[in-house]
Design a protein around this ligand. Structure first.
Ligand code: TRP
Length: 357
């Protein structure tokens, strides 16, 4: 049998994960994980989270368990997937030392994701060096596991591009093939890739306060859905309404599978028919929001319940992290050893100064 390919992905433990993370990356990750075709690693990227939270390590500590629970909640089986804590894997901070010599400042400054993040955080000269260079650290995350595929949200494409450049440079300069060239796997559907916030803002994000979290309780979900923005010109029920760009309809399309639609809506044959009526006029926002609420409840209930089950045993979650991290040490130290050998800084190993021995 051919050797299994490796998948690695990661989350920053800066807060609980929301439905935007779910459609943008977790859903796809779960499908790939479920296929049983791959070796799977899920990195809880606490070092990356610290790059702009150095003063608040307590927040990172708490959220290590939160993001692990969110991933288990969506159905990732901890017996099939290694949950790895980044800070406990030495290769992940040694490799960036070597890679950073292969990357120019100009190249880092061009990274569009980092640029956006710098703007959001209002960083100027106070920008932490660690934050500026985290794409290099992420290249270490990916290559240390020899990952072939990296399922991520589309905002992470620049990180994968940067990683691929580092792999090419490293393998060329040191005349080796120790580093595996990874491939990003992103959602094809743009609405899923960047799920709008409940306020219709371009992106769901914690800082905007427009999120529905995977762990939200039923009444919270309901309240958030009933307060969602719709078409601002749809004032009276009789007014024609826009479905395009309307957050409620975007969510209905993203989350409302045919099956869920049929289970909760008997007045219309399909979502298309419902949309048609809304556009014509005569269909109120409350009707569609109630429908969306029922669908969201069905999507999130199993995730929340599974999450709550595991949450009762925090020590057990810690065991999951410990076991995954232990398993990761072997693979990553192997790659690290190969990297040192490729560079020729393995002085004290048996191959180091062979000719003098
Ligand atoms: N940068 C990713 C994010 O913000 C998290 C991450 C860290 C990651 N290391 C990774 C993702 C390695 C994929 C592979 O979501």
């Amino acid at each position: 049998m051919a050797e299994k390919k490796t998948i690695l992905t990661g989350d920053r433990p800066t807060g609980a994960l929301h439905t935007g993370h779910y459609t943008g990356s977790l859903k796809r990750r779960k499908e790939m994980f479920d296929s049983g075709q791959y070796n799977m690693y899920l990195l809880v990227a606490d070092l990356q989270a610290l790059t702009d939270n150095a003063e608040d390590p307590e927040k990172i500590r708490e959220n290590i368990l939160e993001v692990t629970l969110d991933n288990i909640g969506i159905g990732i089986d901890p017996t099939d997937c290694n949950f790895v804590v980044q800070s406990q894997i030495p290769a992940l901070y040694e490799l960036p030392m070597y890679y950073s010599n292969l990357v120019t400042m100009a190249r880092l400054e061009r990274n569009p994701t980092v640029k956006t993040e710098i703007a959001i955080r209002n960083f100027a000269r106070d920008l932490p060096v660690g934050f500026m260079t985290y794409p290099i650290s992420q290249a270490a995350d990916i290559t240390a596991f020899g990952a072939h595929y990296v399922p991520v949200g589309s905002d992470q494409l620049p990180m994968l591009e940067q990683t691929r450049e580092i792999v090419h440079s490293f393998n060329r300069i040191y005349r080796t093939d120790v580093l595996v060239l990874p491939e990003a796997i992103v959602p094809e559907d743009e609405r899923m890739a960047r799920l709008v916030g409940t306020d219709g803002d371009a992106k769901m994000s914690k800082s905007m306060g427009n999120c529905i979290y995977l762990k939200d309780k039923p009444d919270v979900i309901r309240q958030k859905v009933m307060n969602m923005f719709t078409d601002p010109d749809h004032l009276r029920i009789s007014d024609p309404g826009k479905t395009e760009g309307n957050p409620v309809f975007i969510y209905l399309n993203v989350f409302g599978t045919d099956e869920l639609f049929r289970a909760h809506c008997s007045d219309y044959g399909s979502l298309g028919e419902l949309e048609e009526h809304y556009r014509r006029g005569g269909l109120g926002d409350v009707y569609v929001k109630k429908l969306l609420n029922e669908i969201m409840q069905d999507v999130l209930r199993p995730i929340r319940e599974r999450r709550e089950e595991y949450e009762k045993d925090k020590a057990g979650v810690l065991d999951i992290l410990r076991a995954g991290t232990d398993a990761a040490l072997g693979v990553t130290n192997k790659v690290l050893g190969d990297v040192r050998e490729a560079i020729g800084i393995n002085y004290f190993s048996s191959k180091g100064f062979e000719k003098y021995l």
